[in-house]
Write a protein that binds this ligand. Sequence first.
Ligand SMILES: [Zn+2]
Ligand SMILES: [Zn+2]
Length: 117
Amino acid sequence: MNLNTKPSEVEVRNSDGEFYIKWSDGHESLYSLFGLRKNCPCVECRGGHGQMGSFDKSLFHVNPTQHFEVENIDQVGNHAIRIHWSDGHSSGMYQWETLRKLCPCEECMKREFFNTQ
Ligand SMILES: [Zn+2]
Ligand SMILES: [Zn+2]
């Protein structure tokens, strides 16, 4: 798997609570918006610099306890996007590499990308 892979298709499905990415290598990722919001990579959401990188992919597989929608997406360079959430939060810069690592599909759930320091 190549972590430098870029998306060829990105689709927000607010009504289904889903975020879809098709990658240039053909892999498809379907994220729950809840899991994506809860895994916001900003310093505040990650609990400070010491915690950076501690994502929890199990959040993509739980029943959402809150409803989140994507209001807007900014492209940041060619390596990341900034997501503007319906709760007003927008400090999270989601790098493509992070999103690829966060892919909650069965195959990718078996990989532990975030446990190594
Ligand atoms: Zn955040
Ligand atoms: Zn995957």
